[in-house]
Design a protein around this ligand. Structure first.
Ligand SMILES: [Zn+2]
Ligand SMILES: [Zn+2]
Length: 345
């Protein structure tokens, strides 16, 4: 796969609901870049948004894949931090370090952000090249499967940071997909006293219970709010909206305690209606959480290194060549995390 004329598999999203699995030349790492052979590349909710209605930053085509692990194959000129064969994972949002937001420690809001799997071709491919800044070494004892979950976990760690100190707090998580389950792990690690998770899929509720949720609920079930208040002995201090629809955010605000906090972690779109009187009169804060900061990756690495629970979020693996079916399955919603597998798996 390393010769100049070799070809590889690469997944393209070329338009709404259009996935193409192409054969393309293996890229060469430029100066300051590394060529990585893909091991595992998770399908993210944001990939499904790209497939359904386009990417928020860029027009089609998109070559996706940003939750990834692999082995380095070759390094470009000037690269000393990595050598061929190193196990690595992606930190796929490369900030400029120079703009107004980077200067204030908000690299996640960088106006010159370069995304791997968006601005640059991603990890839904046998291999990909990235600047050194987009790579980190896999911590010792961490599997390549778990390493590909560090990026979504960093998103969850960031969201718990936005929520404020969680030690002793009660938490409700709306949505038991990959983000919701990751927030569950991060909230428990941050010392939350009790955590409830809502999801319509029984398997996702079972997984949440196995990962330490105090109670789980079908959001379509009767007396949801009363059930949550019973399980938490009151209203939740923090509600994480990992669904991010107009309905779920309305539910989150309704559910929050006086002086409580709602953190929107899911990727949603479109306008919403919430009760202004609840936000004002009951001092409910609604905050967004976007990606992560460098410190969130350090915390996510510690979470992954502390135990194998994160591997349980991966409910299916499929070869890259099955990307179309895998994306359809991810969109169907029964799985928590589907990972595509590459040659380094
Ligand atoms: Zn993602
Ligand atoms: Zn910047």
């Amino acid at each position: 796969m390393t010769g100049p004329h070799d070809e590889m598999t690469q997944v393209w999203i070329t338009g709404p609901e259009t996935v193409e699995v192409r054969r393309v030349p293996v890229p060469e790492p430029g100066p300051g870049e590394v060529l990585v052979a893909t091991a595992y590349a998770g399908i993210c909710g944001s990939d499904l948004h790209t497939l359904r209605r386009g990417h928020p930053w860029l027009p089609y085509p998109i070559r996706p894949g940003h939750e990834a692990s692999g082995l380095t194959v070759a390094v470009g000129a000037g690269v000393t931090a990595f050598a061929p064969g190193d196990p690595v994972y992606l930190r796929p949002a490369v900030a400029c370090g120079d703009c107004f937001y980077c200067g204030r420690g908000k690299e996640n809001l960088c106006v010159n952000l370069v995304g791997i799997g968006s601005h640059r071709p991603g990890a839904f491919a046998d291999a990909f090249t990235v600047p050194v800044a987009a790579l980190a070494r896999v911590p010792g004892g961490v599997s390549l499967t778990a390493a590909a979950m560090i990026e979504p976990l960093a998103t969850a760690v960031h969201a718990t940071g936005i929520a404020g100190p969680l030690s002793g707090a009660t938490v409700a998580i709306l949505g038991g997909g990959s983000i919701g389950q990751s927030v569950l792990l991060a909230a428990r690690a941050a010392g939350a006293a009790a955590v409830v998770v809502t999801d319509p899929v029984p398997g996702k509720r079972d997984l949440a219970s196995g990962l330490g949720a105090t109670a789980t609920f079908d959001p379509a079930g009767p007396a949801l709010s009363a059930g949550i208040r019973t399980a938490l002995d009151g209203r939740p201090d923090v509600v994480f909206d990992c669904v991010a629809s107009a309905a779920s955010l309305g539910d989150a605000v309704d559910l929050a305690t006086r002086g409580g906090r709602v953190v929107v972690v899911g990727v949603g779109h479109g306008p919403l209606t919430v009760a202004i009187e609840t936000i004002q009169d009951q001092e409910v804060s609604v905050a967004g959480s976007a990606m992560y900061l460098p410190a969130d990756f350090a915390a996510a690495e510690r979470l992954v290194a502390a135990g194998g629970a994160v591997e349980r979020l991966v409910t299916a693996t499929r070869p890259l060549t099955d990307a179309r079916a895998a994306l359809a399955a991810a969109g169907a919603g029964a799985d928590v995390k589907i990972q595509l597998t590459g040659p380094a798996a």
